[in-house]
Every structure is written in C-alpha cells, then in structure tokens.
Design a protein around this ligand. Structure first.
Ligand SMILES: NC(=O)c1ccc[n+]([C@@H]2O[C@H](COP(=O)([O-])OP(=O)(O)OC[C@H]3O[C@@H](n4cnc5c(N)ncnc54)[C@H](O)[C@@H]3O)[C@@H](O)[C@H]2O)c1
Ligand SMILES: O=C(O)C[C@H](O)C(=O)O
Ligand SMILES: [Mg+2]
Length: 603
C-alpha cells in the first residue's frame, strides 16, 4: 500500500530540463500605450523591444534603452540585497515588512518578473510572501493597504453576488482561495485584514504549481469581526459589525459559492483559515457539491501524515510499525482533528481494524487531555477521547506535562496556535520517550505561535530528535560539526499539488482517495539517506517538482475514482490511458512559467 518509490537524485535537474524548453507563445493584448504599462500582466517595463514599442504605441513612454529580462532580474535582486544591507540591525518586523513592500511593489507593476524572482528565490522569499511575514502583513493590513488585490464580498452584498462576480476582469478563473478572516494563522480573528492569506497562498500556487496568475482569485468574505480592537480602529477597512452567525452566515457563503460556480463551473475553491465550526460545517456542506477542499483540515493532515511516516523510517523501523507509534496531539481544532482523522484512516488501512485504530493517539486542547468524561465533548473530537483509567494516572484534563510523562510518546505534535506550550519541562520529559528518535512537530504559525523553537527542542529534548515546525527556523548548530535539521511541516507541500491535480484532471470533487494519494506521494518522495539525517520533507527549492509529482498522483486518483472529467482538449479517456510518467509530463506541461511573451495587438 505505502509504496515508497525512490526518486533519482536528479530531481532538480529534471525540473530545470522540463522548463528550459519553454517557448513563449504570442499573447493577445486589447490595450495600447500607458494602459499596457499600467497592467502588471502585460507590462515588461524597460524590456519592451523596439518593434513592440512601435506597434503598441509605447514609443516615447519609456527611456530609450531596451533592458533584457536577465538585466531587469539582476537589477531587482541588487535593490533587494541593498535593502537587506541598509536595514541590518533594525527590528525583525521592520525588515520583514520592508522586504514585503519591495516585493509587493514589483507584484503590482510587473507580474512576469515578480513570479520569476519568486520562483528562483523561493527559499528566501516564501517567508516574506507566506508565513511568517504574511501574518504581520495581515495584522497591519489597514495601514499597509495601497491598492486592492482580489475580491471582497461582504454581508452587505447579500443578493448582489451573482452580478458582482462578473466584475472580476479575467474571463477564466482556475483557483480561488477564500477566507472569512476568522482564524488567521494563530493570530485569531483579523476580519477583512485576513485577505493577505489568500493572496499569499495563491502566490504559492503560481510559484509551486504553475497556476497561471491571470487565473487566480483571492477572496475575502467579510461577515464582520468579533475582534474588538479592530471594531474600534478608525482605519479598519472591513465591516464594523459583529460576525454573522448561524443561517445568516451560511446564506452568505452559499450565495458566494453559487455565484462562483455559475460563472466558472470548473474552478477550484480552497477554504482557508476559517474558525473550526465553519471549517468543518462548510467542508461537509460543499465537498460533494463543488470542487473544493479545506486546506487547514485536509492539506495539513496529509503533510503531517507524511511527516509521521517519515519519523517511523527515521527510527530505522518499517512503515508497518506506524500503528504502534504513540502520538500526542496538542490542539483539537480544525488542523489537529484533521491530522488525527487521516492518521486513524492510515492505521485502519494498515491493520484492517477500525475500532482500535485511535488507541495510541492522545488529544489535548486548552483544557488538557480529552477523555470521555469531558463535558460538552465536541463530536468531532469524540473518536479520540480516551477512557479515563485506560492509562493509570491519566485523568480528564490532565496537563501536557502529565501526559508526556505517562505516555512517553514517540511524537509530540502541536497545532494549538499557542507559542511556547512545549515548555522546557515538557521537552525535557520527552527525553524519557520510549522512542529511539522522538519527533517534535511544532506546527503552529506564525513563528511566535510555534509550540517551541527549534533551538529549545534540540537543547531540552536531546540531539537525536526529529524536528519540524510550521514556520521556518534555521538549522541548529549542535557543535562539533553536528547540525540539528529543521523541517518545515507546512501544508504548502500539498495544497498546490491538490489544486493542480484537481484542475488538470477536471475533477468534479476532491475525494479522500485523492487526498490520500497526495500524502502518499509526499511521504514516498524522500530517500532513506535523507530520512536518516532527519530530513522529512523536500527542500522548498524543489517545491515545483514535488508539486508536479503530487499533482500527478492526485490526477491518477481522480481517474481511478471516476471523478476526472478532463481538462482543455484532454478528455477523461486520454487521462485514463496515460502511464504514470505521462501523467507527470502532462502536469508539467500544464504549469505556467514566467517568461515575456511577444505581445500582439488585437485587430
Ligand atoms: N503547519 C501547518 O501547515 C498548519 C496548518 C494548519 C494550521 N496550522 C496552525 O495550527 C494552529 C491551530 O489551527 P486550527 O485551525 O486547528 O485552530 P483552532 O482554533 O481550530 O484550534 C486550536 C485548538 O488549540 C487548542 N488550544 C488552545 N490553547 C491551548 C493550550 N494552551 N494547550 C493545548 N491546546 C490548546 C484549542 O482548545 C483548540 O482545540 C494555528 O496556529 C495555525 O496557524 C498550521
Ligand atoms: O498558512 C500557513 O502557513 C499554514 C496554515 O494554513 C495555517 O493556517 O497556519
Ligand atoms: Mg491556513
């Protein structure tokens, strides 16, 4: 079942080879003159060749010298590096926002150049356009706002959404990331300011999955906010009213979904950073009706499961030992429950036993260990609630320290949103773990919400641990030339491939089988050699390659489950006849790559 195919070490060179052959086709433009210069999709800045300057009415609107794409690229990187130099010593937040601004300005001006620098420098730039800086951007959004990006549907737009959706200028939309801003990373309810998250996620879609940036749409559903500080902030840009609840809330989301799928029936909607009750409710409500998924529940689960399977391998054991792993999950929200559900499914498949699949998993929330004695036990958490007395001395609401001391877990996995809950005492208690190589997953974002830092994990829990965090940390210098490797366990390794595979297969829905295929693909990507070093996930530098592989796995699962309807002129039968290699090539061929296309004026 878990067929761990090893990939050749030439992964990266293969990606480069596939893209080196991209020849840009002509691009039809309906505009002239300054309208072209002000359109970031068509704009080439000083890169317009003289022939195009003549044909498109640009002569005289630009300095005379034509600068090549490579020179423009170098010029941007030079200004970026001098900004780094000039801001040295300033507070981290100031530097991060300055870097975000310079990238955002390029994004606003010239998308081709922006996405090329993003792709080529993804390791350095992901922490700016994505977690952790995107969190800071959302917190300061009302002050940082200069020009809109994406669409805003508010509670005041009820009854108008079907016509509003046609205000979006692009004729085709493939990928939508939608939030209501109610649980932005671990930062809570940020109302309309949460729009930064769909923007950042879609930047990752373009960079990692090669989704055409002309076909993405970030969306904010503004149903109010319960964040008192924002309600009192005179600069706040969202609705100044408490969040809609119950049916009133669902009516807004229903209306939005109907509008989107009426205009773009083949679009995919990713729900992102919804508070738990709406995350589960909307997933349940729409997943059999529309092509959609919830990234925090489903994307996170696959990435965590791949990491958990990697951990078993890192202990020198076989995957058949996974059901014996004792796993303590801290955080019983949308992410924590999503992870446990997928882990339980994996155990049930491996052992053939459903009833006992959750027995080695322990779940805690803000009130401690969840047992069957919990008052108002959330039905979603019920399958993981322990029988009190099942483990001597473990009572309802036991603290994390008590649980770690008694259970001696192989894995401690945090999705609580609370920085530092893996305290020194808890980490030291993990030294008594039954595992030869305990694992710590401090998955909450952004950095200050991580359950512990990488340095503390290696210092207190021991140097032989495996460590992963949701936001990036530097590797830890353990002295004597030894390095504590830091993995980034973030759903960015899966959501782009889930979206891409669904898109190019023309999936009607996103099934459990497709999500499982995505997780298996990620789990099997790493070689034994890498895993032995504690490296559970690919380098972010190869995110485009892993995303293509994940996309192809998702596509094949969609075909196998008979939900693939085809894409463009490739029908379901042709998809079904493709070999594994052909699906990967097909996915690569469908990935957009930033390169200046010759512009042709529409007659
Ligand atoms: N790394 C990733 O890919 C990834 C993916 C999704 C979510 N996350 C992060 O996970 C966190 C939680 O997301 P969510 O959607 O599940 O949120 P949520 O609000 O639905 O759930 C949070 C859970 O944590 C529990 N909790 C709060 N304080 C706690 C404490 N002191 N001890 C133990 N449990 C505590 C709450 O009771 C709740 O069960 C966020 O910080 C988010 O950024 C990371
Ligand atoms: O946004 C991220 O970096 C991961 C995840 O979706 C989260 O909500 O924290
Ligand atoms: Mg999220």
């Amino acid at each position: 079942m878990w067929n761990l195919t090893r990939f050749a070490s030439s992964r990266l060179s293969r990606t480069r080879r596939l893209f080196s052959s991209v020849i840009p086709g002509p691009c039809i433009v309906h505009k002239r003159g300054t309208d072209i210069l002000h359109d970031p999709w068509f704009n080439k800045d000083t890169g317009f060749p003289l022939t195009e300057r003549d044909r498109l009415g640009l002569r005289g609107l630009l300095p005379p010298r034509v600068i090549s794409f490579e020179q423009q690229y170098d010029r941007f990187m030079e200004s970026y590096h001098s900004l780094e130099k000039n801001t040295k010593g300033q507070p981290d937040g100031v530097v991060a926002l300055a870097k975000w601004r310079i990238l955002n300005r390029l994004h606003d001006r010239n998308e081709t150049l922006y996405y090329r620098v993003l792709m080529d420098n993804i390791k350095d730039f992901a922490p700016i356009i994505y977690t952790p800086t995107v969190g800071l951007v959302c917190q300061n959004y009302s002050g940082l706002f200069r020009r809109p990006r994406g669409m805003y549907f508010s509670a005041k737009d009820k009854g108008e959404m079907m016509s509003m959706i046609y205000n979006w200028p692009a004729q085709h939309v493939d990928m939508i990331v939608l939030t209501d801003g109610s649980r932005i990373l671990g930062l809570g309810d940020l109302g309309v300011q949460g729009i930064g998250i769909p923007i950042g996620k879609l930047d990752m879609y373009v960079a990692a999955a090669g989704i055409n940036p002309q076909r993405v749409l970030p969306v904010m559903l503004d149903v109010g906010t319960n964040n008192q500080k924002l309600l009192e902030d005179r600069l706040y840009l969202g609705l100044r009213q408490p969040r809609l609840e119950g049916e009133e809330y669902l009516e807004i989301v229903d209306e939005f979904m109907e509008a989107v799928f009426t205009r773009w029936p083949k679009a995919i909607v990713q729900f992102e950073d919804f508070q738990m009750k709406w995350a589960f409710e909307t997933l349940d409500r729409y997943r059999k009706k529309f092509c959609m998924f919830n990234d925090d529940i489903q994307g996170t689960a696959g990435v965590a499961l791949a990491g958990l399977l990697g951990t078993v391998r890192a202990q020198g054991r076989t995957l058949a030992d996974f059901p014996d792993q004792k796993i303590v999950v801290v955080g019983a929200g949308s992410a924590g429950l999503g992870v446990l559900s997928m882990a339980v499914q994996a155990v049930a498949r491996m052992t053939g036993k459903n009833e006992t699949a959750a027995q080695n998993f322990f779940l805690l929330d803000k009130d401690g260990l969840i047992t069957k004695e919990r008052k108002n036990l959330d039905p979603a958490a019920a399958p993981f609630a322990k029988d009190p007395g099942q483990i001597v001395g473990l009572r309802e609401g036991a603290s994390l320290l008590e649980v770690v001391k008694k259970v001696k877990p192989d894995v401690l996995l945090g999705l609580s949103g609370v920085g530092g809950v893996f305290s020194e005492e808890v980490l030291k208690a993990l030294r008594e773990s039954g595992s030869t190589r305990p694992a710590i997953f401090a998955m909450s974002n952004p950095t200050m919400n991580a359950e512990c830092t990488a340095a503390d994990a290696f210092k207190h829990a021991g140097e032989n641990i495996v460590f992963a965090s949701g936001s990036p940390f530097e590797n830890v210098n353990l002295g004597n030339g030894k390095v504590g490797y830091v993995n980034q366990a973030n759903n960015m390794y899966l959501f782009p491939g889930i979206g891409l595979g669904s898109l190019v297969s023309g999936a009607r829905f996103i099934t459990d089988g497709m999500l499982q295929a995505a997780a298996e693909c990620l789990a099997s990507y790493m070689t034994d050699e890498e895993i032995q070093k504690g490296i559970l996930y690919p380098s972010i530098d190869s995110i485009r390659h892993i995303t293509a592989e994940v996309g192809a796995s998702v596509l094949r699962a969609a075909v196998a489950e008979e939900v693939a309807e085809g894409h463009g002129d490739v029908g379901p039968k042709e998809l079904a006849h493709m070999s594994k290699e052909e699906t990967v090539e097909y996915v690569f061929r469908n990935m957009w790559y930033p390169i200046y296309s010759p512009l042709v004026q529409e007659k």
